[in-house]
Design a protein around this ligand. Structure first.
Ligand code: FCB
Length: 453
């Protein structure tokens, strides 16, 4: 038994995202998103899966809320699909789309669960992509307009807002490696997409504040400590660059109002076309946020490699650690490291761990049970590290597991199962895994019963 103590108001939650869960992609007047388009291009998604049906959450609000109630979470982080609210990205608002989220929000509030709403979890309206997507500065304006519609409708009920989820992934997996929607391969475009997203975030925060609504607003970044794979000067330098590429490129503008100079110089030397910025952009971007959301999965081990333009390194190694099914090294100490480092270097007022979880292959045994011990072990060791960071002064306000249901995991389709609940792909029936009961117990005891069952 651990002696860990969490503050009474510590927020235990679970996270999902619209495209990964909802299905009903052609219902309620929803417009096409870049993920609808991308997932239907043969060969882009493992097994050519797509999110047309996903977990069918669009039709199962009641069932999902019952599960959340049983889990005992204080908060549910989900995302609103922009193309459900503004099918073309701007202009006409869909009342049916707003109604769907109203039902969900009201259901959560009735169940005593606080909604934490992400405004953008990757499903850009395709019509905006046709005009350049996140490389077009106008997308930031459109995002602000969309947020305004949502704030107007739900601002009196929802008090925790997250503008963007993981802008790094959107920019660099979407526009540089192209493994995710919209599938573009252009490093300079990716830097542009990062800038326009940051601008969109800042504009949304400003809009929220100008509406004088109650509540708090922040952003979620995916942050991994970067470590040298080998004990060589070249790998160490590469790890610093890797940190600049994915962590500091977002943290610095948000908290200090400037891009990291070392990275700016590096990219220029490599011949990258740098993002177009305008006077006032950095002020918007560094507008005060009430909290920082951190999604943490693993430490990234970095190996110098001159042949990789323009970064000069490779990653994706185990570093000698066990790996999850997704091939992410299991490195709980990295969570504590990232929390402490962000706190020391950037001083956010509050931090939430907005995602943390692991993919393993889970299937019901002969008795219908799913004894997902490896997931329990992963969550256990990570929550333990979070509590250590808390004890050492990090203003950690909450912890959210990724995710409630086995869902559509982007380019890996339904192959990676992160859920506390198993979803049968044929019947869509939900079956609780052992980790569900374990996490329910952790929540009920406010972390005091944090032990490996
Ligand atoms: C994060 C995403 C989330 C999910 C997990 C596994 O990068 O925010 O949607 O896919 O990874």
């Amino acid at each position: 038994m651990s002696t860990i103590e969490f503050p009474q108001d510590f927020v235990w939650g679970v996270t999902t995202a619209a495209y990964q869960n909802e299905g009903g992609v052609k219902e309620g007047g929803r417009g096409e998103s870049i993920w609808d388009r991308f997932s239907h291009i043969p060969g882009r998604i493992l097994h050519n899966d797509n999110g047309d049906i996903a977990c069918d959450s669009y039709h199962r609000i009641g069932e999902d809320i019952s599960l959340l109630k049983e889990l005992g979470v204080k908060a549910y982080r989900f995302s609103i699909a922009w193309p459900r609210i503004l099918p073309s990205g701007w202009g006409e608002v869909s009342e049916e789309g707003l109604k769907y989220y109203e039902q969900l929000i009201d259901g959560l509030l009735e169940a005593g669960i606080e909604p934490y709403v992400t405004l953008y979890h990757w499903d850009l309206p395709q019509k905006l992509q046709d005009e350049g997507g996140w490389t077009n500065r106008r997308t930031a304006e459109y995002f602000k307009e969309y947020c305004k519609v949502v704030f107007q409708r739900f601002g009196h009920k929802v008090h925790r807002w997250i503008t963007l989820n993981e802008p790094w992934v959107v920019a660099f997996n979407g526009y540089y490696t192209g493994v995710m929607a919209p599938g573009i391969r252009d490093f300079s475009a990716a830097l542009g997409a990062a800038h326009v997203q940051l601008l969109a975030h800042g504009m949304a925060v400003e809009c929220f504040r100008s509406m004088k609504l109650p509540g708090e607003i922040g952003i979620t970044l995916n942050l991994c400590p970067k470590e040298a794979l080998r004990n060589t000067g070249a790998d160490q330098e590469a790890a610093v660059r890797h940190d600049g590429y994915s962590n500091r490129w977002f943290l610095d503008p948000l908290f200090t109002g400037a891009y990291p100079q070392d990275m700016w110089n590096w990219y220029e030397q490599q011949g990258v076309t740098m993002p177009h910025t305008e006077p006032g952009d950095m002020e918007y971007i560094s507008t005060y946020i009430d909290f920082l959301g951190i999604n943490y999965y693993n430490i990234d081990y970095t190996k110098a490699d001159d042949s990789v333009w323009p970064l000069g390194f490779r990653t994706g190694f185990s570093g000698g650690n066990p790996m999850t099914y997704y091939q992410m090294p299991v490195t709980p100490e990295g969570l504590k490291k990232v929390l402490k480092r962000v706190n020391e270097d950037y001083h956010p007022s509050q931090i939430y761990i907005t995602e943390n979880g692991a993919s393993y292959q889970d299937h019901p045994d002969r008795n219908g049970n799913i004894p997902d011990e490896a997931r329990i072990d992963y969550l256990f060791t990570h929550i333990q590290k979070a509590s250590e960071a808390l004890a050492e002064g990090v203003p950690l306000a909450g912890y959210f597991v990724w995710t409630l249901l086995d869902d559509f995991e982007w380019n890996t389709g339904y192959d990676n199962q992160f859920g506390l609940v198993f979803v049968d792909r044929k019947t869509l029936t939900r079956t609780k895994k052992k980790s569900f009961d374990w996490y329910a117990k952790v929540i009920r005891s406010n972390g005091a019963e944090l032990k490996h069952m």
